[in-house]
Design a protein around this ligand. Structure first.
Ligand SMILES: *[C@@H]1O[C@H](CO)[C@@H](O)[C@H](O)[C@H]1NC(C)=O
Ligand SMILES: *[C@@H]1O[C@H](CO)[C@@H](O)[C@H](O)[C@H]1NC(C)=O
Ligand SMILES: *[C@@H]1O[C@H](CO)[C@@H](O)[C@H](O)[C@H]1NC(C)=O
Length: 768
């Protein structure tokens, strides 16, 4: 039966009533019945026959035509014709038939035929509690912020109960919990609604969600209930700041930890959820230095090394780390990073002053002043300082970390002039680091060594008749000092025998110690002599040798006139002879001296060769060269004579000399010795009478002139090596004056010997 069916039923009843009235045999109401719903089929509602006053038999008699008709034409009811009982045909469901309408009345008619009679009756269908309250949803989700204030109510969905009256919904309860209770709210339509009332603050962190069971109760006996799950999601608010488990983190890091090394991970907890619980880590009020040295991962809180640590610069860092959640609440902790020293700094040597050159013979000289340092600390910074132990130097600690390097004994440059000193500083760290400083110390020379001769005595052998200025030997002294201290100067020392005219016998080259005979030695006159040679260095003070050198002169027996190489070829020795000279005119005198004794010394001269044979003659015993006849115009002006001198020895020794003779006219002689022959002829003819005197004068003049030239031409020098020969002094004993005495250069080598006419090398040289 539909809602509103009651009205229709009543209208029908009214219509039926009028129909019945219109009919002669009108029906009448005869009763009210009531029955509980949901009765079993066949349950007796009442006895119609009794109520209508009908006989049982009558009913069955008329029963073929008697029937019960319900308003809705449904066969809810059934009439037992035998007993007259009204039976329930099938179950009556009040809720189906009347819904929430109360009372639920079903009208029906009983129709009898023979005669046709209508009886009207109504059946009250009574509610039984056959329905439980139900909620529309099995689960109700509500979201409540944890910040919700106490007392706030949350209207819940109501349940439905199809039953009516006391069987309908009467009460709500909620499962026991600590946050909510139920408040029943009545509405205008008489229904009740449950409201959840918060009586204790929610805490998302404590209980992010609550599960409550909402129970709807009806008033039946026994009551029926329906439940639904109420899921309360507690919405988080940022009511929690991040929390570090500890306020201070302490960590030790080796200073040589590589860049990027993990240092520590800090971790804060935030009880809030979601964004409010997301933590970002940052350095808080960190200095530039800290930011350069460390970095923190904002998400993970890992702290890494960003740049190299250096214990020597910073020993520890105090870093404030802030954790901030998504809601802006923050908390700080402190990270203390202690840098641990590693031996990463080699020790250093700092030279304050250094002397590269120290004098020898000086005791304990300061070579260097230096300091050492190591930037590491502890053992890593403890320094040991040393030098090689085989050196005459040592280290002296002065104050603190200063050292001096001192030479420990008098050094001898001659023993060792250079020392390479390695100053080694080592620290005691692990691994040990060391630094070396090399310095070279030179020992400067002090003139502490006298020159020393290579031999204590020298014996020099000189052949007699040596040429003057002959190199007769050398002495040599060495000096172990250096530089000027080692430059040796040689000198002759005063001879032991003061009678020996040493200065006139030998000379010495002060630079190289070469000894020269100054004069021609004569075995017969002086067989040996001793002299002392000194050597002096140029140091300051000069060192004089303690021992000199001894030299012996001339002991070789030597016959004079042995053909010996000449020292020097001078310009031609030319004699001028006036054409007007008388026969027997003395041109020159060849003088030879034989140092031998006895017969060996007897000399004889002879003319070996002449340009004009017969023009000149040589006196065999005195060596005088004279004209043999008068000179004529036809005689060549240049004449060449070779004079041979022999001694009387066995075998005889000989030497030869070449003379050049120039025939000159008396007048032209001074001006031009080589004038044309015609001029000589005229002059000779014109001055025959005064020829001799004039010639002598001219001759003297020319000789004087030549003497000047020869003086400027120098001596007959001895070129060592080129001319290893000897100079032989031939002393004149003839009739010529001193100025007419000539020295003779005897050329070495047979056949090429020539006499040379020289100036005396050493004037006033005493003859030996
Ligand atoms: C509803 O139930 C509660 C607890 O069972 C009870 O205290 C309360 O009196 C009841 N309310 C009504 C209207 O019956
Ligand atoms: C010192 O060192 C220098 C340069 O290394 C080297 O030439 C010299 O020979 C060394 N001297 C000594 C005495 O070792
Ligand atoms: C110092 O000298 C030593 C020995 O000569 C050598 O081995 C070393 O390499 C040098 N050190 C330096 C820094 O030159």
């Amino acid at each position: 039966m539909e809602i509103g069916g009651a009205g229709v039923l009543q209208i029908r009843q009214v219509l039926l009533f009028f129909v019945l009235l219109g009919m002669s045999q009108a029906g009448s109401d005869f009763g009210r019945f009531s029955v509980a719903e949901e009765m079993q089929s066949g349950s007796i509602v009442g006895n119609l026959a009794k109520d209508l006053g009908l006989e049982v038999g009558e009913l069955s008699f008329r029963g073929a035509r008697a029937r019960v008709v319900c308003d809705d034409n449904e066969k809810h009811l059934h009439l037992d014709l035998l007993t007259g009982d009204l039976l329930i045909n099938d179950k009556l469901d009040r809720e189906e038939m009347c819904g929430s309408t109360e009372p639920c009345v079903m009208h029906f008619q009983m129709v009898l035929e023979n005669p046709l009679q209508f009886f009207q009756a109504e059946l009250h269908i009574k509610d039984i509690n056959d329905h439980s309250p139900t909620f529309l949803d099995n689960e109700i989700v509500i979201k409540i912020s944890e910040s919700t204030t106490i007392g706030t109510t949350f209207l819940m969905e109501s349940a439905q109960d199809l039953d009516v009256g006391s069987n309908s919904l009467q009460n709500y309860t909620v499962s026991p919990n600590s946050h909510f209770y139920i408040k029943i709210q009545d509405s205008d339509d008489g229904k009740i609604y449950p409201e959840l009332v918060l009586h204790r603050a929610l805490d998302h962190e404590e209980e992010p969600e609550l599960r409550l069971t909402l129970v709807a109760l009806d008033g039946g006996n026994p009551p029926r209930s329906g439940t639904t799950l109420v899921l309360i999601k507690v919405l988080d608010i940022n009511d929690n700041a991040p929390q570090f488990p500890q306020r201070l983190y302490e960590v030790q890091v080796l200073e040589n930890a590589p860049v990027g090394s993990w240092i520590i991970t800090v971790s804060a907890k935030d009880l809030d959820a979601g964004n409010y619980g997301k933590i970002l880590y940052t350095f808080f009020h960190a200095s530039e230095d800290i930011r350069k040295t460390f970095e923190i991962n904002p998400i993970s809180g890992e702290v890494h090394l960003r740049s190299q640590l250096d214990f020597e610069v910073v020993q520890s860092y105090t870093i404030n780390i802030q954790a901030t959640d998504g809601g802006g609440l923050s908390e700080e902790c402190t990270l203390l990073v202690k840098v641990i020293d590693t031996n990463d700094n080699p020790p250093e040597v700092i030279i304050s002053s250094i002397t590269k050159i120290i004098p020898e013979n000086a005791a304990e000289t300061l070579v260097a002043l230096f300091s050492v340092r190591d930037q590491d600390s502890g053992e890593n910074g403890r320094i040991i300082c040393s030098i090689q132990d085989d050196l005459p130097f040592f280290l002296k600690p002065t104050f603190k970390n200063f050292f001096t390097l001192v030479s420990d004994k008098a050094l001898d440059r001659e023993e060792r002039a250079e020392y390479n000193i390695t100053i080694t500083v080592t620290d005691m760290g692990t691994p040990r680091l060391k630094t070396e400083h090399n310095t070279t110390v030179l020992v400067s020379d002090v003139n502490d060594n006298a020159p020393a001769f290579t031999q204590t005595s020298y014996t020099l052998w000189v052949r007699e008749n040596n040429s003057p200025a002959l190199h007769i030997g050398s002495v040599s002294a060495t000096d172990t000092d250096a530089g000027a201290n080692a430059q040796v100067t040689y000198s002759l020392l005063p001879p032991p025998d003061p009678l020996v005219p040493l200065a006139s016998l030998v000379s010495i080259n002060p630079d190289n110690g070469h000894l020269f005979a100054l004069t021609s030695l004569d075995y017969e006159a002086l067989r040996a002599f001793e002299f002392r040679v000194g050597a002096t260095d140029r140091g300051s003070p000069a060192q004089q040798p303690g021992a000199g050198a001894r030299a012996r002169g001339g002991r070789q027996r030597q016959r004079a006139l042995r053909a010996l190489p000449a020292a020097e070829r001078l310009g031609a020795c030319t004699e001028l002879v006036p054409r007007a000279a008388e026969p027997g005119y003395l041109v020159t005198k060849v003088v030879a001296v034989d140092g031998d004794a006895g017969q060996n010394a007897w000399l004889s001269y002879q003319l070996l060769k002449a340009t004009e044979p017969g023009l000149f003659g040589v006196w065999a015993h005195n060596g005088e060269v004279r004209t043999a006849r008068l000179l004529s115009e036809r005689d060549a002006p240049k004449q060449r004579l070779v004079v041979l001198v022999k001694d009387n020895g066995e075998p005889p020794l000989s030497a030869s000399v070449t003379l050049h003779v120039l025939l000159v006219d008396a007048e032209a002689a001074a001006a031009a010795p080589a004038d044309p022959l015609t001029v000589y002829l005229v002059v000779a003819l014109a001055s025959v009478s005064s020829l001799f005197l004039f010639s002598v004068l001219v001759f003297v003049a020319v000789r004087l002139c030549r003497r000047g030239g020869a003086a400027s031409a120098g001596r007959c020098p001895v070129a060592e090596g080129h001319f290893p020969g000897h100079l032989v002094d031939v002393s004149g004993t003839g009739t010529l004056s001193q100025s007419y005495q000539y020295e003779v250069c005897l050329m070495g080598g047979p056949g090429t010997n020539e006499f040379k006419f020289l100036k005396p090398i050493i004037p006033n040289l005493p003859l030996l």
